[in-house]
Design a protein around this ligand. Structure first.
Ligand code: LRH
Ligand code: MN
Length: 392
């Protein structure tokens, strides 16, 4: 099976790229979460930031590719960020993207950065500046900014006035970034607003990122598109424009379901990685492709949260491995010759390659157990956590 691919790709190079993969896990993925209907609490769920970091360290221990954790403010708020940075470092982790929260405050009823009320806009900008100060201490270089603003009824507000407010408030945020930092603009086509959303698609985020400057890029959350949207095409365009900053990986069947990435549509995840690998081999886009931030953004309502996160990482590793096995010279040739079926079959050859043996070899060479979930289960960590953590 591996033999098949050896012709087209250098397996040593593929293995090296898989060993260098970096996937950031979300602190909120380890805590109790649910739907508006109910939260099924888990005895082993994390409640404190320390517990979330300990769980993230387990995911890194058993996958070897998750050295950083994204935080959400104020969900992870603390008064000693130096201590948090050291605590994480002692667990072999770094603090990753800082996510401001512009959706959990009474003042944001009519919006945050787009609110008609200047006081509210200033409050939202001040909150993001607080997140920038936190990032300076934790050594984070990414402010991951989802703007939930929108309206629920026609006539409620002016689209263009809100657009002007957003450009104005975000330029103040942009000027507050340090030289090393970048702000990733996360769009979403609806929810919590149900008539219009101010940052609703890749185009609105791209436009804004162009107006702001090089330190502003677009974040693609896989759950934030209308059904039928061609996300791999959006990824290709943003790469080509050097404006793809990162991902929030998850999967959906209907709306923003935040299910395990690759669980519903693994072919889509492969096609997204196919665009990323192609861009990494192209002089015009390789730098952007190299700096893409791969982050998971999920809520694990019924699966064990640590196991679901490990499963997510494995799904991402498999998608990347398959994309690295695509015979790109042959693909280019048949594409140029208009051999449609052959081009599609070239991709499917890689997609249908069982890369699990390859990934087991890679883990062994990284001195970690070839079967992460089984190894984690054997560790007894969950039973210990369930015993030691108070079910609040
Ligand atoms: C919004 C979102 C955003 C986060 C939240 C947890 O749907 O994707 O990235 O802030 O989920
Ligand atoms: Mn997200």
């Amino acid at each position: 099976m591996i033999k098949e691919c050896e012709m087209a790709v250098d397996i040593k190079d593929v293995k090296q790229k898989l060993k260098e993969q970096k996937i950031e896990t979300p602190s909120w993925g380890y805590a109790d979460s649910g739907t508006r209907f109910y939260v099924f609490r888990q005895k082993s769920a994390a409640h404190t930031l320390e517990e979330k970091l300990e769980d993230a360290a387990q995911v890194h221990k058993y996958t070897g590719v998750c050295p950083s954790v994204a935080l959400h403010i104020p969900w992870d708020k603390t008064d000693n960020w130096e201590l948090v940075k050291r605590y994480a470092a002692n667990l072999g982790l770094e603090i990753g993207a800082i996510n401001p929260n512009l959706f959990e405050d009474d003042d944001y009823l009519l919006g945050s950065l787009c609110s008609p009320d200047k006081k509210v806009r200033e409050k939202a900008v001040e909150h993001i500046k607080e997140c920038i100060r936190i990032a300076e201490i934790t050594g984070s270089t990414i402010i991951s900014l989802w703007i939930p603003d929108g309206t629920n009824y026609p006539g409620q507000d002016s689209f263009r006035d809100r657009k002007a407010r957003l450009e104005d408030t975000l330029s103040e945020v942009y000027d507050a970034l340090t030289r090393e930092m970048r702000v990733l603009l996360e769009y979403k086509f609806f929810e919590p607003a149900f008539y219009h959303t101010d940052l609703f698609d890749w185009g609105s985020a791209y436009l804004l990122s162009i107006k702001l400057g090089d330190k502003a890029q677009v974040l693609v959350d896989l759950g934030h598109h209308p059904l039928g949207a061609n996300i791999e095409q959006i990824v290709a365009i943003l790469l080509d424009e050097q404006k793809l900053g990162g991902f929030h990986f998850n999967n959906k069947k209907y709306a923003d379901d935040d299910l395990v990435v690759g669980s519903i549509n693994p072919y889509e995840l492969f096609l997204i990685y196919n665009e990323l690998v192609a861009a990494s081999l192209d002089k015009k886009t390789e730098r952007t492709a190299r700096n893409v931030a791969y982050m998971i953004d999920q809520s694990h309502n019924i699966k064990n949260k640590i196991e679901a996160t490990i499963q997510s990482v494995v799904n991402i590793q498999q998608a990347y491995a398959k994309a690295l096995l695509v015979d790109r010279d042959y693909l280019k040739k048949v594409q140029r010759e208009g051999l449609v079926l052959d081009a599609e079959e070239c991709l499917k050859d890689a997609y249908h390659t069982d890369v699990r043996p390859l990934l087991k070899e890679v883990r062994e060479e990284m001195n970690i157990d070839p079967d992460p979930i089984t190894a984690f289960r054997k560790s007894g960590y969950l039973e210990q956590a369930a015993g030691g953590r108070s079910s609040r």
